[in-house]
Design a protein around this ligand. Structure first.
Ligand code: 8YV
Length: 328
């Protein structure tokens, strides 16, 4: 082994094919047991590696960068969301941060539609009933869901994944699309989707399905709170494949119990891997374990995207996916 090769620490196991590609050029330290690093483990890695490759399960807060012994020069995140990394603190230590945008767009949008369909058509309830041996046979009134085709979807956050979801909803299911975004959406995209841009209140009061696609920032924390849930229609369904803390989970449980909204499909949670207890008991909620980007193809592509960023960095080229702190 060439000891001059940059040292890259992976905090979790990556698809084997990508670990091998990385090992061609770098001295890679693999987390054999795939158990999340403790704070101490992260501190050690920041001191001993040239590149740290974290995931959403690693919290890299400012205190970790406030350490004179930090050696890392690049944080190549495995994932597009980087709310678990204090980018301002990292940048303050001359550490560059990159992510893996683009490659997970389609699969995450696919999973958004999976959750939407499962929730609307009560697929989780049906599967649980059948597996429990409780299906007594077909009847006209059994497990009636709500129609998806032709309904209105409100997309909060019209970035790559939000728009990919809107395309599926509009072209695949003839849905009317409402968009709420902090910056203007291009006119040709609006035309393609037959979409309407609107304020949050109008989206919440008119959409049959509300799907969250904004990043987690201090400004979007609990964006969907008790007041906004009560602004939704009583039959409306909330879908979250973005980040758990965009929704106040305790307010969501109350809204579901009080029938202020009709259901929820969630792939992300405020305190992963813990799931707010009240949610588990609600049948009209579909719960998935943060698997939006979870396909073989996409996880390999995410790893290769991180490898591209690391290679560019050591070839003194600007890494293609450098991130800056999201401006409020
Ligand atoms: C990833 C995600 O699997 O990329 C993201 O932001 O939420 C997921 O699709 C996860 O973040 C990996 O770190």
């Amino acid at each position: 082994m060439n000891s001059h090769r940059p040292r890259v620490v992976l905090t979790r196991r990556w698809p084997a094919a990508v670990e091998s590609v990385l090992a061609e050029d770098f001295d890679v330290s693999i987390n054999e047991h795939d158990i999340p690093f403790s704070e101490h483990g992260l501190r050690d890695a920041l001191r001993s590696a040239d590149v740290l490759c974290p995931t959403v399960t690693d919290s890299l807060d400012a205190s970790l960068f406030d350490d004179p012994a930090v050696r890392v020069k690049l944080i190549a995140n495995f994932g597009v969301g980087f709310n678990h990394i204090d980018v301002v603190a990292a940048t303050g230590r001359d550490i560059l941060v990159t992510n893996t945008p683009g490659v997970l767009t389609e699969c995450t949008a696919d999973l958004t539609m999976t959750l939407l369909l499962m929730t609307a058509r009560r697929a989780g309830e049906g599967e649980r009933e059948l597996r429990a041996g409780e299906w007594s046979g077909w009847r006209p009134t059994h497990l009636l869901g709500t129609r998806v085709t032709g309904k209105t979807i409100g997309i909060i956050g019209a970035g790559r994944i939000g728009l990919a979801t809107a395309r599926r909803a509009h072209h695949g299911f003839g849905m009317k699309v409402m968009l709420y975004n902090r910056s203007k959406v291009a006119a040709d995209v609006m035309a393609e989707l037959g979409a309407e841009c609107c304020d949050l209140e109008s989206l919440l009061s008119r959409a049959d399905f509300v799907s969250l696609h904004c990043p987690s920032t201090p400004e979007t924390r609990h964006l969907i709170n008790a007041e906004r849930l009560s602004a939704m229609q009583p039959h409306a369904i909330l879908i979250n494949t973005a980040r758990g803390d965009v929704v106040d989970e305790s307010a969501l449980v109350e809204a579901l119990k009080n029938r202020a909204i009709g259901g929820a499909g969630l792939d992300v949670f405020e305190r992963e891997p813990q799931v707010f207890r009240g949610l588990m008991a609600l049948p009209k909620v579909v719960l998935l374990p943060h698997m939006g980007s979870g396909t073989e193809e996409t996880r390999v592509a995410m790893g290769l995207c991180a490898v591209d960023n690391i290679r560019a960095f050591f070839a003194s080229r600007p890494p293609p996916d450098r991130v800056d702190a999201i401006q409020p």
